[in-house]
Design a protein around this ligand. Structure first.
Ligand SMILES: Nc1ncnc2c1ncn2[C@@H]1O[C@H](COP(=O)(O)OP(=O)(O)OP(=O)(O)O)[C@@H](O)[C@H]1O
Ligand SMILES: [Mg+2]
Length: 397
């Protein structure tokens, strides 16, 4: 019996619950993703989840806004033509069914869903040709950095990550979502004139020329946009805007690097994490940061992330631990998660921040740190899976 993996898209909690209920009776069936809206950018999340679950199918509840939802299905099918899609609605009027099929739906399920009909649809889905993968997606990838505590180095990691990608000639955009910190511009010596507020105002008519016309370009070639410098400016940037913005960015750029600061539960940061290929949770070896990382991971898992998406990055990593520091093994045990990479401490970091340039821009001065950091970027951007065995996990330093 094959394993059945399903992604559910519906703005209606009852629908998602109904599907979950129906799946309970099917052995080997599981839900790998739930999307709480059937938005235009559904395909981005579907593509990202398909990377981890290449044989998964998608069930879309179009009842909220049939016309809009069918357009979303069409975009999903264009992006992943081999994906098996089940569309569901309260009415099976000819026009809607035909539109859904034209958009590429493989099945239509009438609501309220009957158990037998659901089971039959799943059986047909299982019999449909299995897909190995969706192929290389042309969409850009988002990487979000979140600090498990203040000062652990989330901004430094994010800035240098974007810098390495730009040095490698990947078209890259860096977004600072740390509204209070606004440290990305500081670390890059930039004084942006335009901010996320202008992005928000121009989202409807956003295109590449407009975007590149108003955001700051770092000398290394990547674009940077962040909050306004004045703290009294309200954070008028919603999770919805972030999703729209991300949809625009991944179509036009190869990589988007986000400094999420510490606010993992902030809805904008959470939305960024949700559309990210990887979330780097930056910790150090002090117990308060490990303890917080544990809370963050628990929260992210509750929000539907899987272990693969959340990657623990130990900054200032050293093997020579003192009494109040955790070893790598202790970190992995406490977090029940392999450490993805360790970045060594180096005076070159502070020197580079004082110069307002990323340390990777000065390879000689950064020496070993530069080498380890680039190896981290290699691993993070490679399509290889993280080894499940923590002992096999490469840790620098
Ligand atoms: N690998 C490192 N070696 C030495 N110093 C480091 C390293 N990483 C970061 N630092 C130093 O730690 C300080 C905090 O770094 P950074 O601002 O990147 O952290 P953060 O997690 O973004 O902090 P915040 O909570 O303020 O956003 C900086 O002064 C930086 O120089
Ligand atoms: Mg910061």
């Amino acid at each position: 019996m094959p394993n059945t993996a399903l992604m559910i898209a519906s703005s209606d909690e009852h629908f998602r619950e109904m599907v979950r209920d129906n799946l309970v009776n099917l052995p080997n069936a599981k839900i790998v993703a739930e999307y709480q809206e059937v938005a235009a950018n559904l395909y981005i999340r579907v593509l990202q989840d398909l990377e981890r679950n290449p044989t998964a199918a998608l069930i879309v509840d179009i009842s909220g806004d049939p016309e809009g939802a069918i357009k979303s299905v069409e975009k999903v099918k264009q992006a992943a033509p081999d994906l098996f899609v089940i569309v569901s609605n309260f009415h099976a009027d000819g026009e809607t069914v035909i539109a859904a099929m034209r958009a590429g739906a493989n099945e239509f399920l009438l609501q309220p869903i009957k158990r037998t009909e659901f089971r039959d649809a799943v059986t047909r889905m299982e019999r449909a040709p299995r897909r190995g993968s969706v192929g290389e997606s042309k969409l850009g990838r988002l990487y979000t950095f979140i600090g498990a505590k203040g000062g652990v180095g989330a901004t430094t990691m994010a800035v240098n990550f974007a810098a390495v990608l730009a040095q490698r000639k990947h078209s890259t955009v860096m977004i600072d979502l740390d509204w209070v910190g606004n440290d990305v511009a500081m670390q890059l010596g930039a004084a942006p004139q335009y901010t996320l507020l202008e992005v928000a105002e121009n989202l409807e008519r956003m295109d590449q020329a407009l975007f590149e016309g108003f955001v700051t370009r770092d000398p290394l070639g990547f674009y940077l946009v962040g909050p306004p410098d004045a703290l009294e400016q309200p954070a008028n940037f919603s999770d919805h805007m972030l999703r729209e913005f991300a949809t625009f960015l991944v179509e036009k750029y190869e990589a988007v690097v986000i400094d999420g600061g510490r606010a993992v539960s902030n809805e904008v940061v959470l939305a960024a994490a949700q559309v990210s290929a990887a979330v780097f949770l930056v910790v150090d070896q002090e117990f308060p940061s490990i303890r917080n990382a544990q809370r963050y991971i628990t929260f992210l898992m509750r929000m539907g992330f899987n272990q693969d998406q959340v990657r623990v990055l130990v900054n200032r990593y050293t093997r020579k631990v003192t009494a109040h520091m955790a070893t790598l093994e202790q970190i992995q045990q406490t977090l029940n998660q392999p450490v993805f990479y360790g970045i060594p401490p180096s005076p070159a970091v502070i020197a580079s921040i004082n110069k307002a340039r990323p340390f990777v821009a000065n390879r000689e001065e950064a020496g070993d740190l530069d080498r380890v950091f680039r190896a981290f970027v290699d691993k993070a951007t490679g399509r290889k899976k993280t080894p499940a065995d923590p002992k096999a996990t490469a840790v620098g330093a």
